[in-house]
Write a protein of this length. Structure first.
Length: 201
């Protein structure tokens, strides 16, 4: 499956836009979150232990006090819960909320299910635009003192003591996601190139 092109951030709305299947939360932003500020270190991989419709319902219920910046279903469809560049902070990883973006990935209730090819593609697109927008490097990190693409579990008790996005193969798939996000051909024509061949953006 070819990689779609690069995404952008709409400065007026904070929406991520571009060649991807994306919906925006209603209400905008979702009620679970707050406004503040922080220097962004990177983005955190989460797993839903469920599917996108249920996650949207939970994140829009104030009694749950939980949210994320994005959710991705198995078909690669993305849902954005709050704006970028407006100081909106998702409630995704407790002590890490102020300085990390967050992406939830549907798993049909089983963390042992690997990300689908479509999820890997959509995640790579999001990680790439978030890196470019916030200025953190496209790399895997397993430390809260680092920068790049981390996991919920790396935060330990300060981040809620979760095993998310595992146990299972998902945390290891960050390497493929980052590799896909960083691929840039030497031809200088502005294209993603992956195992399926070159696709212009």
């Amino acid at each position: 499956m070819p990689i779609p092109g690069r995404l952008e951030v709409d400065s007026a709305t904070g929406h991520v836009t571009g060649p991807i299947s994306i919906t925006y939360n209603n209400p905008w932003p979702c009620p679970n979150g707050r406004f503040g500020s922080g220097a962004i270190q990177g983005v955190v991989m989460h797993t839903m232990v469920g599917n996108l419709p249920g996650t949207i319902s939970v994140f829009n219920n104030p009694s749950f006090q939980a949210s994320a910046h994005f959710g991705i279903d198995q078909a690669g469809n993305v849902h954005q819960f709050g704006p970028l560049g407006k100081g909106w902070i998702a409630w995704a990883q407790e002590a890490g909320n102020d300085t990390w973006y967050s992406i939830e990935h549907a798993d049909n209730g089983n963390t042992q299910n690997p990300l689908t090819t479509q999820q890997v593609t959509a995640s790579a697109q999001l990680v790439e635009v978030l890196s470019r927008f916030a200025g953190f490097p496209l790399q895997v990190t397993d430390s809260t003192a680092g920068t790049g693409y981390g996991t919920h579990v790396m935060g330990g008790s300060a981040w809620g003591g979760h095993t998310c996005p595992g146990p299972g193969p998902r945390a290891g798939q960050r390497n493929a996601i980052v590799a896909l996000a960083t691929e840039d051909p030497s031809a200088g024509t502005g294209r993603f190139i992956d195992r399926f061949g070159p696709v212009a953006w």
